[in-house]
Design a protein around this ligand. Structure first.
Ligand SMILES: Cc1ncc(COP(=O)(O)O)c(C=O)c1O
Length: 375
């Protein structure tokens, strides 16, 4: 049996949606992008949504739209993907890394407080694996210190905290539609926001800073446009949006299936000595974009030995994350003290994300569990 780390769930209907859109004339900046944005903003309960080419684009435009730049600092977790911190560096500001909770892998409010300086302008939180951070405490820190909050929701489309969707609680929420994610458009992303200024800025910057888009110019019979700011081409096209709209129709089912698989893993893995299953916290729902276990000292293999042995059995796993403060680029550029991140330093050797995807069968879950038991 083979159990890959992930399989995107692409139906016949998804394929038809993509093929059908190819008959349209405007393959970008058309009605399907608008439809995708409307659906996501309604789901998240945010006033606005703007589709972009990736979560990296969404994060970069969020940081830019808040006016962050040289001389500023933004606090981000060290236990995340490179993009969360890189987007801060793109603007000339400095990402200040903070340690995470060793149970949920989410940024610790106490570590955020330690990293705040006169230069701090914002915090980017990552809702790791599909479970919300401690938003009550983090929002309160932001209010007390006058900081902006950006939510990196790459893992958390549909996750909630105290009844509120991730992506509706900060200045902006930044979603990813990469193939491993909750829904996919190949590459793709979305900014959600309740802040009209941020929305307008994202709309402007994602399309070269142009005052009026080509499709709109055609409708309005206007040829003249101005370049108002230094923008980018971070747009999503109609082809990807049509896949997104079609995938999004199944969002409830997708997350239900992920939770069902996670519960099966929980039930079976809790009995294995030396394996810790993902920690869940009250007041939030975990949608299990990742199912990340910890391989403790009393397991009979190290994490790396287990990774290799599972690979030989046809089981794909992944390590999320090797912390950013240990990556060559960050070490060279920012000189973080390694001892500031005790939890992440340990997690880097113990975490292992197991396969989880909506079409995963019970037999496949059993195969993974049996191997974890008997290897
Ligand atoms: C936490 C986190 N943030 C940002 C990103 C970047 O997403 P994208 O590939 O859509 O740019 C990822 C991608 O894996 C991620 O895991």
């Amino acid at each position: 049996m083979k159990v890959p780390y992930f399989i995107p769930w692409i139906t016949q209907k998804d394929k038809r949606a993509v093929v059908n859109v190819l008959s349209n004339r405007w393959l970008t900046g058309g009605p399907i992008v608008n439809k995708f944005e409307e659906k996501i903003s309604k789901f998240i309960n945010s006033k606005f949504a703007s589709a972009v080419g990736s979560a990296t684009h969404a994060l970069h435009l969020s940081v830019r739209s808040l006016g962050i730049g040289p001389g500023d600092e933004v606090i981000v977790p060290t236990f995340t993907f490179a993009a969360t911190a890189n987007v801060v560096s793109y603007t000339g500001a400095v990402p200040i890394l903070a340690d995470v909770d060793s149970g949920t892998f989410n940024i610790l409010p106490s570590e955020i407080k330690k990293r705040i300086s006169k230069r701090t302008r914002a915090i980017i939180v990552v809702h790791y694996g599909g479970q919300s951070c401690d938003m009550r405490e983090i929002i309160s820190i932001c209010k007390d210190r006058g900081l902006c909050l950006i939510e990196d929701c790459a893992h958390s489309l549909g996750a909630t905290y105290a009844g509120k969707k991730c992506g509706s609680m900060g200045e902006s929420g930044c979603f990813s539609f990469y193939p491993t994610k909750i829904i996919t458009t190949g590459e793709g992303g979305m900014v959600t926001t309740n802040n009209k200024k941020v929305y307008r800025s994202v709309q402007l910057l994602k399309s070269h800073g142009m005052s009026i888009h080509p499709a709109e110019r055609e409708v309005k019979a206007k040829w003249k446009y101005d370049i108002i700011d230094l923008g980018y081409n971070y747009r999503m096209d109609e082809i990807r949006a049509s896949l997104g709209v079609s995938q999004f129709e199944r969002i409830t089912e997708i997350n239900k299936r992920r939770i069902r698989i996670a519960k099966k893993y929980d039930e079976k893995l809790e009995k294995i000595k030396g394996i810790s299953v993902p920690m869940t916290k009250p007041d939030r729902n975990h949608i299990y974009h990742l199912y990340t276990i910890k391989i403790e000292n009393d397991y009979h293999l190290t994490r790396d030995e287990l990774f290799q042995k599972l690979h030989k059995k046809g089981i794909g796993t992944s390590v999320q994350y090797y912390p950013l403060h240990l990556m060559s680029y960050n070490k060279k550029k920012y000189h973080n003290k390694i001892s500031q991140f005790p939890n992440s330093n340990k997690l880097k050797d113990t975490v292992l994300s197991l396969p989880i995807y909506p079409t995963m069968t019970e037999n496949q879950v059993d195969y993974v569990v049996t191997n974890l038991q008997n290897l």
